[in-house]
Design a protein around this ligand. Structure first.
Ligand code: CP3
Length: 352
C-alpha cells in the first residue's frame, strides 16, 4: 500500500504525520456527488449500482489529499436485506415499510446472505479496491446492532425512541433476540466486506448515547464486542483493525476500549487529551473536530485543527477526523482548509 498512515496510526505505530479522513466525505456537500446521485435517480439506486458507488467513493479523494477511502453505502442496507423495505421520503431521512414492533416479527427475521441480498455492496468493495490500486486503504463499515435496531423498530429516525425503549424496558428478552439477529447479520456482512478487500472496519453507533450507562453496556456495547471478536483476518492473513464510534459515548470510553477493538471514534464533547489519558494506552483515537467548525473562516478552521492536534499531543495513535459526519451545507473549500492544516501542522507531533 502506497499510503499506510491510517493503518499504522490505528496500530499506534510511528507515522510521518497524522492521517486524516472525514465521516460522510462522499456526500451532498460535493457538487459532483449531487450530479452522480441525480444520474442514479436517487440515493438507494446509487448504493445499489457498484460502478456509481465506486465513482462517489473516489470523488473526495480526487479533490483532497485524504489518507483513506470509505465504502459508499449505508448502515440500513442490512435491515433492507432482511426484508423491511427501506425507502427515503424526500427530505425526511430513512423509513421502513415494515417496521419490526413485536415478538412475532422479531422471530420471523433471518440473517441475510451477504453474497446474495447484499451482493451489490460486495461488488462495490471489489471494484473500489481495483480502482484505488493500493493508493490508500479502504474502510468498510456497518451500524451497531442497537443503532440499526432503532430504525428497524421506530420505522424511521426518532427523537425520543418511544417504541424501542418500550421494548427495552417492557420486553428486554425480545429486544435481545432482535439485537442477536442483527449482530449475526453484521458479522456475516463485515466478514464478507473483509473477504472482498476492505482493510479497516468501523462500527457506527450513532444512537448508543441515548441509553443509560447500564443499558448501553447490555444493549449496545455487548453486541459490538461480539462483532469485534468474530471479525476474520484479511485475505493476506493480516488483522483488520476495527474502530468503534458511539456518538455521545464519552462517559464510557474505558468500557469501549476493553472490547478488543483497535480504535475509538470520539465526538467533540470530549477533549482528546482526556480521552488519551483514559484509554490511549489501549487503543488509538479518531476525531474529533466539531463539524460546525467547517462553516467558519479558514483561519478559524486552521486554529481549531491546531488545537485538536495539540490536545492529542505527541506520538502516534491519532486519526484526524470530524466528531461526526460533514454537514451537507459545508463549502468543500473549507474541508480542504481542514485537510491542508492537518498535513501542514501535524508533522512536529511525530518528529522523534
Ligand atoms: O461516510 C461516508 O462517506 C460513507 C457513507 C455513509 C453513508 N451513511 C452515506 C449516506 C455512511 C458511513 C453512512 C452511515 C449511516 N447511515 C449512519 C451512521 C453514521 C452517522 O452519521 O451517525 C446512519 C445513522 C445512517 C442512516 C441514514 N442514511 C440517515 C439518517 C440518512 C439521512 C441523512 C441525511 O442527512 O439526510 C441516510 C442517507 C445517507 N447516507 C446519505 C449519505 C451520503 C444522504 C443521502 C442523500 O444523498 O440524500
Amino acid at each position: 500500500m502506497q499510503n499506510d498512515r491510517l493503518i499504522r496510526a490505528l496500530r499506534r505505530e510511528p507515522v510521518d504525520r497524522t492521517p486524516v479522513w472525514m465521516m460522510r466525505q462522499a456526500g451532498r456537500y460535493l457538487p459532483e456527488y449531487r450530479a452522480t446521485r441525480s444520474r442514479a435517480g436517487d440515493f438507494l439506486s446509487l448504493c445499489r449500482t457498484p460502478e456509481l458507488a465506486c465513482e462517489v467513493t473516489l470523488q473526495p479523494l480526487a479533490r483532497f489529499e485524504l489518507d483513506a477511502a470509505i465504502l459508499f453505502s449505508d448502515i440500513l442496507t442490512v435491515p433492507d436485506a432482511m426484508g423491511l423495505g427501506l425507502y427515503f421520503a424526500d427530505g425526511e431521512g430513512p423509513r421502513f415499510e415494515r417496521p419490526v414492533r413485536d415478538a412475532a416479527a422479531i422471530r420471523r427475521l433471518a440473517v441475510p446472505d451477504p453474497a446474495a441480498e447484499l451482493g451489490y455492496v460486495i461488488d462495490a468493495v471489489q471494484l473500489i479496491r481495483k480502482e484505488l490500486d493500493g493508493s490508500v486503504p479502504l474502510i468498510g463499515f456497518a451500524g451497531s446492532p442497537w443503532t440499526v435496531a432503532t430504525y428497524m423498530v421506530e420505522g424511521a429516525g426518532s427523537k425520543n425512541f418511544a417504541h424501542i425503549k418500550g421494548l427495552l424496558y417492557d420486553a428486554p428478552a425480545d429486544l435481545h433476540r432482535l439485537l442477536d439477529t442483527v449482530a449475526r447479520a453484521t458479522v456475516a456482512y463485515l466478514n464478507a466486506q473483509i473477504a472482498a478487500g476492505v482493510q479497516v472496519v468501523m462500527l457506527f453507533d450513532t444512537w448508543g448515547g441515548v441509553l443509560t450507562p447500564r443499558a448501553y453496556r447490555d444493549f449496545s456495547l455487548q453486541y459490538m464486542q461480539r462483532i469485534v471478536a468474530e471479525l476474520v483476518a484479511g485475505p493476506d492473513g493480516s488483522r483488520v483493525p476495527s474502530i468503534l464510534f458511539t456518538k455521545g459515548g464519552g462517559p464510557w470510553l474505558e468500557d469501549m476500549a476493553e472490547t478488543g477493538c483497535d480504535a475509538l471514534g470520539v465526538d467533540w464533547t470530549v477533549n482528546l487529551d482526556e480521552a488519551r489519558r483514559r484509554v490511549g494506552h489501549r487503543v488509538a483515537l479518531q476525531g474529533n473536530l466539531d463539524p460546525a467548525v467547517l462553516y467558519a473562516a479558514h483561519r478559524v478552521i486552521r486554529a481549531e485543527v491546531a488545537r485538536t492536534l495539540e490536545s492529542f499531543g505527541h506520538g502516534s495513535g491519532h486519526v484526524f477526523n470530524l466528531g461526526h459526519g460533514i454537514h451537507p451545507g459545508v463549502d468543500p473549500a473549507h474541508a480542504a482548509a481542514m485537510i491542508d492544516a492537518v498535513r501542514e501542522l501535524s508533522p512536529p507531533y511525530h518528529a522523534t
